[in-house]
Design a protein around this ligand. Structure first.
Ligand code: ATP
Length: 234
């Protein structure tokens, strides 16, 4: 379980998050929804101690993350797949995946390239393809697969659907959902796309200007259509 209590975050004098509390149960899928600039990436970066200055408490399986470096948090099992994907375009898919294990810094590898390809069959035929030869959707799949290589306790996905055609995003969401089911993966997903988030997560937090304005399941979310219009529609 990942638990955040009363998290405030800022960049110098500029405040970005105002007292957020959120829980991701072990094996659960939670979506953090919000439009551009709402603070989703800041929240994920705060979890990794990778940018904003923070106060409040963050606990991973009961262990406080206070004072723990980004690298050590990654070793504890927090894995962020960032918004810009950042796969190595001059390396093959296989090399990108192998590099992820290396980056995990000596943790016992729980996933092999073969296991990940079994999980995401689309990757099987792409293993020797160079990063720049992949479509946006394929790159995002590699980024997600890479995030899984070190068997994270919590996978943090930052706007995986961004820039993808709806059909591609839909297919990717189904792959992520399948991976969740097969690995009993704990997922925290930052998204603007309700459709994507609905495929991958069962519980929703809605963020607006650094404040949480709603939390609940999809039925509760759907029962308040104004939420979408107020906080998500462009
Ligand atoms: P997006 O979809 O655009 O990434 P987001 O919901 O992830 O949106 P954040 O990127 O977390 O939002 O931004 C939250 C606020 O923090 C915004 O006002 C943004 O301008 C500000 N911000 C983000 N990164 C920095 C930074 N490095 N320095 C200063 N302010 C920042």
């Amino acid at each position: 379980m990942l638990e955040v209590r009363d998290l405030h975050a800022c960049y110098g004098d500029s405040k970005a998050l105002f007292g957020l509390s959120l829980r991701v149960p072990t094996g659960g899928g939670v979506a953090l929804l919000g439009r551009n600039g709402a603070g989703k990436s800041t929240f994920l970066k705060a979890l990794l101690n990778a940018g904003p200055q923070t106060t409040g408490s963050m606990l991973l399986q009961g262990h406080s993350l206070a004072g723990i470096s980004t690298e050590a948090r990654a070793r504890m099992g927090l894995m962020l797949v960032p918004e810009d994907r950042r796969i190595f375009t001059n390396l093959t898919v296989r090399q990108n995946l192998e590099l992820a294990l290396h980056a995990a810094g000596g943790r016992i590898p729980h996933m092999t390239v073969e296991m990940v390809c079994d999980l995401f069959p689309l990757l099987k035929d792409l293993q020797e393809r160079l990063g720049y030869q992949l479509s946006g959707g394929q790159q995002q799949l590699v980024a997600v697969a890479r995030g899984l290589m070190a068997s994270p306790k919590v996978l943090l996905l930052d706007e995986p659907a961004e820039g993808l055609a709806p059909k591609v995003a839909h297919d990717l969401a189904l792959q992520v959902r399948r991976a969740r089911e097969r690995l009993q993966l704990t997922l925290l997903l930052a998204e603007q796309s309700i459709a994507y988030a609905r495929q991958c997560a069962e519980y929703v937090y809605l963020l607006d200007s650094g404040n949480l304005v709603f939390e609940g399941d999809w039925a509760q979310f759907d029962a308040q259509p104004a939420l979408k219009a107020l906080y998500l529609a462009v």
